[in-house]
Structure formats: C-alpha cells, structure tokens
Ligand binder design. Structure first.
Ligand code: SAH
Length: 219
C-alpha cells in the first residue's frame, strides 16, 4: 500500500525548530547561516510521518534500509566545518534522507550527492522533486570513488563512518578545499582535512561521533 505523505509544515513545527536551534547553540554551534538552515528546513518531512514526534529532538533516527538521518547537532557541526560560501561546489557522500543535502542547499552550495542504497536513492530523489530541492546531481553509486568527472570540489562531506580516508576524496579537493569525514569503525573521530597545496594537507580532529558505516562496493 502506498501512503500519500502530507508535506505540511506548521507554526508548531517552526516553534520546535526554533527550540532545536537554541539547543544547538547551547551545544556550541555558532554559525548564523547554519542555525538559520536548522530553523528553516522541515526535518519532520524527511522522516516517516509516524515518527514525526522525534523530528526536532537532537537525535539520529532510522530512515529505512538500515540507515539513519544524522543527528541535527552532527549535521550542523559538519556543515560548520565545511566553512561554506555561496556557490561553493560540494560533494556529499551518503545522501540518505536528503536532510544534510537540504542544509547544504540552504547555504547556497552547488551540491553533488552520492548514495549507494538503491531504495533510498530512489525515495530521496522523488522527495527532492516534490520539495523542489535542486542538488546539481544525485548519483547512485559508491562514494569511496568520489566523483572524478566533476572534481575538484571546494568541500567534500562524508556522512557515514569511514574505516579509513578514501584517497580518491583527498585527490578531488581544490587547494584550499575542505574534507569533513568521520573516521573510525566502532565510533568515529570527526576529522577535517584542508588541502594546502597539491601534496600537503592540514589535519584537525574534533572528538567522537557515531555513524552508520561507509560501505565499499568491491566490484
Ligand atoms: N546525509 C544523510 C545521512 C544518512 S546515513 C542524511 O542527512 O540523512 C549515511 C548514508 O550513507 C546512508 O544512506 C548509506 O546508505 C550511505 N552510504 C554508505 N556507504 C556509502 C558509499 N560507499 N557511497 C555512498 N553512500 C554510502
């Protein structure tokens, strides 16, 4: 049975988002444009309507196909680390529900996003169209390889836990570009690489997070 999902956004939702933004400020998020995106994007519409009550809690949540929509704090934190400017060309690995994608779009980035789960890829593509969210490209494929045909990028954001940093992603950054990637298996250290030159990267680490795994397609 197909359920027609209502795309309603109400004052009550808006109020819950304002509260969520306040909570994120108390947890250390400072970027005004990131907080504005949290206040604007109807996160409840990215989840199954029966879980709507959870949408504005600062929690990750199941979105089907064994995957999760990232916790709002994590989305805000990763987005802040990207230091986005309007028009930046950004590659996202792990489209999932599309919430992080919508956040990048709200900050006026040009977004390329890759998802390896066919079911989610299809579902989220339809949702983007319904909502008039317009990433430049939504790709079904393996994010480990990045997107060489569109490289280099101002920023690359990985929204699944990577056992190690894929070399392809490092090589697809512009000089001055930023790679934000949670690295580790059981839990992950949020890691920022800034490309300083063709061969040099600065690395910064930002504490522990928990993501679903970045899976590699071996074939
Ligand atoms: N950004 C998403 C987070 C989804 S969870 C959101 O805001 O909802 C991480 C996603 O990464 C999952 O959808 C998972 O299927 C996807 N993923 C895992 N390994 C991947 C890979 N190698 N390439 C592309 N996507 C991958």
């Amino acid at each position: 049975m197909t359920k027609i999902k209502s795309l309603k956004d109400t004052l009550k939702h808006q109020g819950l988002r304002n509260k969520l933004a306040k909570l994120l400020i108390s947890k250390g998020i400072t970027s005004k444009i990131v907080l504005d995106a949290i206040r604007t994007i109807p996160r409840h519409l990215f989840m199954d309507s029966s879980f709507e009550g959870h949408a504005y809690q600062d929690k990750a949540f199941p979105i089907g196909a064994n995957q999760t929509i990232s916790q709002p704090y994590t989305v805000a934190f990763q987005t802040e680390l990207l230091a986005l400017k309007p028009g930046h060309k950004i590659l996202e690995i792990g489209t999932g529900s599309g919430y992080q994608t919508a956040t990048l779009l709200a900050l006026k980035a040009t977004v390329y996003t890759i998802e390896r789960q066919l079911e989610l890829f299809k579902k989220t593509n339809i949702f983007f169209r319904k909502m008039s969210y317009r990433p430049k490209k939504v790709i079904f494929g393996d994010g480990y390889k990045g997107l060489p045909e569109e490289a280099p990028f101002d920023g690359i954001i990985v929204t699944a836990g990577a056992p190690e940093v894929p070399k392809a992603l490092m090589s697809q950054l512009k000089v001055g570009g930023r790679l934000v990637i949670p690295v580790g298996t059981d839990d992950q250290i949020m890691t920022l690489y800034i490309r300083k030159s063709a061969t040099e990267f600065e690395k910064k680490e930002f504490g522990s997070f928990r993501f679903v795994p970045l899976l590699e397609d071996k074939n």
